[in-house]
Design a protein around this ligand. Sequence first.
Ligand code: PLP
Length: 370
Amino acid sequence: MSERIFNFSAGPAVMPESVLREAQEALWSLDGTGIGVMEHSHRGSAFKAVLAQTEDACRRLAGIPDNYRVLFLQGGASSQFFTIPMNFLQAGDTADYVVTGSWSKKAVDQAKRYGNVHVAGTSEDRNFCYIPSDLDWSSKSRYTHFTSNNTIFGTEWAKEPEVPGDSPLICDMSSDIFSRPIDVKRYGMIYAGAQKNLGPSGVTLVIIRDDLVSDAALDIPEMLQYRTHAENDSCYNTPPTFGIYVMGRVFHWIEQQGGLKAIAQLNQEKADILYDFLDESVLFKPTADKDSRSLMNITFVTGKADLDAKFIATAKAAGLDGLKGHRSVGGMRASVYNAFPKAGVERLVELMRDFEAKQGEAKQGEAKQG
Ligand SMILES: Cc1ncc(COP(=O)(O)O)c(C=O)c1O
């Protein structure tokens, strides 16, 4: 088998090695059944056990109260952008949105099809390099939506916004879910595409409070009603069985690491290694404001596109892949989700230090010649 390299991809992203090995085995035969996990009926007892284990582990990990439902849906986080307003926003209603990047902008665009959107705050004026603190809420909001981590721009909310009144807080946690403890009862709904911190693409985790499920619209297609999936334990139609299985193993792996508190500490340590270097580097600069930095997606530039490209190529040749930043920011992005090993961050910093020194030497050489 070929060697694995350090994968800094923003998603789909690196998975815990032990989970990949368990999945290899389960693809062949799930729990000694002689049938692979992808081949079991979603109505059979083997898959029902997988589903129950995945939900139980999710509840344990995040301390999800009993009045919340855990759903495993499809269509990615992007489908939640329209499913949320379809369920909760009638024509004439208003929902508050905080716009901190491309994904929250997309969510706003979809919501506008169904009702009024009040933008309570945005950081677009500086290309989304910060989390806005000056928020102006509307008086009668059906719900309040924000994106906890901005995958493209490398910013993250340190904690959820304080929303006045009883507008349920809805969060797109696609790129930092379970990277730190969550106080679920502060939310009406949390959703996340799995492919960064939870497993393979193709399954979307939704954690939703009972009253939101029961108050939601009835005049929309059944597949798009949260009620349908809640009443049918995510098995109204064929669920993404393999993704649900892997997600369960990832939850188990997080528990083995010591749970969300322990994983948060590890994530902080990993991010500190890179940010500490960036803060002292003369060549590489972080793009996000210090108080808004993401622990999951660390974005940085040299300020020169050709030098960025040279560094990315150098890193790739050294076995560090996926470092190219999103085109709207440029430069580099190191995605260091839960499963990304600390050794990979250390290796990256070593490489950056070396690259910086060589650039310095080259510059000195040029100056002498000139
Ligand atoms: C914060 C955030 N929200 C939503 C999405 C879209 O997710 P999906 O591709 O699952 O629709 C992404 C994808 O990168 C994301 O990072």
